[in-house]
Structures are given as C-alpha cells and as structure tokens.
Design a binder for this molecule. Structure first.
Ligand SMILES: [Zn+2]
Length: 310
C-alpha cells in the first residue's frame, strides 16, 4: 500500500513538474502576437481625405449675387421696415436680378426708406434758350407726325421733380391718339412714337388684324417718388408712361391686365418683349401688384444703358 501510495504521489508531482514548463512556454508566446497593430493606423490616416474635407467649408461664402439683403442695412436710413406689406404682392421671389439694375418702381422689397435718394435730375432747370438737342428732337417728332405742344418747365426742387422742356403729346404718330394728353420729355415722346411705328403697329396688324388707333395711359409726368420710396420715379422727370390700353381701328380694344384673352395676350407679350431695349425699364402684369393693369415704360438712365425688364 505504502509503495503504491508513494508511487501515485510521485506521479502526481511529476505531472505537475511537466505541466509548469508547458505553461511557462505559453506565456512568452502571447507577447509577440500583439505586434501587427500599426497596419490599422496606417489605413486610418489617409492624408488625402483630410484635404478633401477641408474643401467643404468653402462653398459657404457666397458672392454678392444677391446684394439686396445686404444693401438695405448699409443704407440703414430708416428703421420703419414693414415687411408684411410686401409679402402679399411679392410676385417676384426670383430677385436674382443684377444688383446694379434697379427697377423703376416698386419691385424691390425695400419699402424701408420713405425718403427718396436725391436724383441729379431734380436740379434741372430750363435755360433761356432751348438746347439744340431739344430742338432737334422736336423736329423728329414733327417728321413722325407726332402731335404735341411745348409746355412751360415743371420744377419742384423740394419734391425732387423736374422736367425742363416738357411737351404735351396728343398723338404718337398719324393714326395713334394718346389720351389723355400726356406731359413727357421729348426723348420719351420720340421713343414712344418710334416704338408705335416699328413694333406696335406691325404686331397689331399681324396678331390683331387691325391697326392701333389710340393709346390710353394711366400716367405720364407725375411728381412723386417710386412706390417703395427709395428713389424718385421716372414719372417725376416726364421720362415714363403707363399704358393702360390700346384701341384698334376696328373699335376693339386691348386692355393691359393679368388675364387677357389669347390673342390679346399674344399681342401684349409681343410688344412687351420688344419694348425692352428701346425702353430701359419695362414692367407690367406679373411684375408686382402695382403694375397689374398697365405697362410701365421708361428711359431710366442706368450704367451702360442696361435695362430692367420684368
Ligand atoms: Zn409707371
């Protein structure tokens, strides 16, 4: 018994001794296995990615495409902004127009300024002798059959209005009566007469099958600022006419409005598009709430003779 017991004990000890070295061998093996880490890091730090990410911030800075929001604050004259009034008539959200070109009238939502900016033309007064260019203009009016009379100068320095050599026009060429009689500057009268002969009459013959015999206007010379108050209106210089309707020889008429009949609409579209160029500002139905019933045409002086047509 004792022998067998000793034997089993020694076997046990032997087993333990043999097991230890095995354990000891395993431990050192673990250490080397943790080495491969660097590969992962290399993949995560691709420098090109970082570079590309830095590009994303750049798009934010936008050029002055839409200076309108910025301009009002810079001119900050008046705090009495009334944004709600404009929204109803905001028929023109696409105000992506060129910054410089300023619509003649109410377009812009800048009703904030009640005091119109001074216009150099407000100081124009009549000279004792009519300038040669004014006389030449009148000659051309007569040659086109325009019926007109000279009128004493209109000048209101306080209001900022002036028309030193006005003409009262009652016809824009032989068959075309202008009613009521319109007070305009000569250049505007001449441009209107040419427009009638070169654009309106041909369009009337082709589309309406008749000629225009009369034009009814809503306003010519009017001493007032624009509807938004930012500047003086071109009407304040006799430099604009609001056409409300055309009367044809066949006694029919074409009213300027938001929903003309098909043929009338085609006629109005034709002349409205053609007006942009001869006239520097062209506004009408669809431009804004103030021009739903007439076609506003003017010769607003702008840099480079640019136009604003809407
Ligand atoms: Zn007008």
């Amino acid at each position: 018994m004792a022998v067998s017991r000793f034997r089993s004990l020694s076997l046990l000890i032997l087993a333990c001794l043999m097991a230890q070295p095995a354990v000891a061998r395993r431990q050192p093996v673990r250490l080397p296995q943790s080495a491969p880490v660097p590969e992962m890091l290399a993949e995560r730090t691709p420098q090109p990615d970082i570079a590309s990410q830095t590009e994303t911030p750049t798009p934010e800075p936008r050029p002055d495409d839409a200076p309108q929001p910025a301009s009002p604050p810079s001119q900050a004259p008046v705090p009495e902004a009334k944004p709600p009034e404009k929204q109803p008539s905001e028929s023109k959200p696409p105000e992506s127009k060129p910054p410089e070109s300023k619509p003649d009238e109410p377009e812009k939502a800048e009703d904030k300024r009640p005091t119109p900016q001074p216009d150099p033309r407000s100081g124009m007064v009549a000279a004792e002798k009519m300038p040669a260019e004014e006389e030449a203009c009148r000659k051309r009016l007569r040659a086109m059959g325009v019926a007109f009379e000279d009128e004493p100068a209109q000048h209101d320095a306080a209001a900022g209005c002036s028309i030193p050599y006005p003409v009262i026009v009652t016809s824009l060429g032989k068959p075309v009566e202008l009613a009521p009689k319109a007070e305009l500057n000569c250049a505007m009268a001449e441009t209107l007469a040419r427009f009638m002969a070169d654009v309106v009459q041909p369009a009337a013959r082709e589309i309406m099958g008749s000629e225009v015999a009369g034009v009814t206007h809503a306003s010519a010379y009017v001493c007032r600022p624009r509807h938004n108050g930012a500047k003086m209106s071109e009407h304040a210089f006799g430099n604009a006419l609001d056409i409300a309707s055309f009367t044809l020889k066949d006694k029919s008429s074409v009213e300027v409005g938001l929903a003309p009949a098909e043929k009338q609409g085609k006629f109005l579209d034709r002349i409205r598009k053609a007006a942009c160029g001869p006239f520097k500002t062209v506004l009408g139905p669809g431009s804004d709430a103030d021009h739903e019933t007439h076609l506003h045409l003017d010769l607003a002086p702008r840099r480079n003779g640019s136009t604003f047509c809407q």
